[in-house]
Write a new protein. Structure first.
Ligand code: BGC
Length: 272
């Protein structure tokens, strides 16, 4: 492994409803350069408490270069650094200038992004869709359904397609992994719902590739082969590290997010 320099190292922090984890990332290889530090999400998930926990995690990542960019991903729509929703954390986040809150507390710039967007970007940069061009669609099946759209290496942020209205309701409540657990659905019953969900996405977006992430993706053999789609669908490969890797990579290269200054960018697929 080459010696890390500030230009190929960043810190990624992944905030979730139950845990917050962070690590130092080698942006060339997509490997972690430190242990993954994990602390529980404070009860209630209030902004001040979560900022406190993130600060503690950063204090433990002592080997990071002082000027390593910091990326933080979070389960909410993030528009211009402001959290516009809140999934499994306090409603106090809604409308909050979250990026600024962290920057004021830490005394330095950070990059703030939706959790599924970070995971999807990581899979394109380092994982299941490495060097793939066209429209890659990440879906994370967990407590909710997170989605990310990456087109030729550029992230189109805040897709929020987990909340598609199907059968008259928010389909996240039917097709997330939490629904399988809550309703004690068999793999085949749950897959019937996934079939409906992915068919709808396919109809709306005609992606070139679906990636399926979330903890349940390690059991992909139980459900992916049962799906009948025209789009290739593959499991995520970065597992628990995807949010950390994506947040870190985006922090070092925020212009690969559509809507931030100066796209297009350096992803190899962008030249195709
Ligand atoms: C939220 C998304 C989030 C996803 C995964 C959904 O309920 O609306 O913003 O990415 O859960 O955490």
């Amino acid at each position: 492994m080459s010696t890390p320099t500030a230009s190929n190292v960043a810190i990624g922090i992944d905030i979730g409803g139950t845990g917050i984890k962070g690590a130092i990332v080698d942006l060339d290889s997509g490997e972690l350069l430190s242990d993954r530090v994990k602390l529980s999400t404070p009860e209630g998930g209030k902004p001040k408490d979560i900022v406190g926990t993130v600060t503690k995690i950063l204090e433990k990542l002592t080997d990071a270069p002082d000027d390593a960019p910091i990326g933080i991903c979070f389960p909410a729509v993030v528009r211009n650094g402001r959290t516009m929703s809140a999934a499994n954390v306090s409603k106090k986040w809604i409308g909050l200038e979250a990026e600024k809150l962290f920057e004021d507390a830490l005394g330095r710039d950070i990059f703030f992004v939706n959790d599924a967007d970070a995971a999807g970007y990581a899979e394109v940069r380092f994982g299941a869709a490495r060097d793939r061009s066209g429209l890659v669609m990440m879906t994370t099946l967990g407590t909710g359904i997170g989605t990310a759209i990456i087109y030729n290496g550029v992230l189109v942020p805040n897709a929020e397609l987990g909340h598609l209205q199907i059968d008259g309701g928010d389909y996240e409540l039917k097709a997330a992994y939490s629904a399988k657990e809550r309703e004690d659905l068999s793999w085949s019953k749950w897959t019937e719902r996934l079939q409906k969900y992915y068919s709808e996405l396919e109809k709306l977006l005609s992606p070139d590739l679906f990636i399926v992430g979330g903890g349940v993706s390690k059991n992909y053999q139980e459900f992916l082969p049962l799906l009948n789609l025209t789009t290739e669908i593959v499991p995520a490969v970065l597992r628990n590290n995807a949010g950390i890797l994506g947040a870190a990579a985006l922090a070092s290269q925020p212009r690969v997010v559509a809507g931030t200054e100066e796209s297009p960018q350096e992803h190899p697929a962008a030249a195709l």
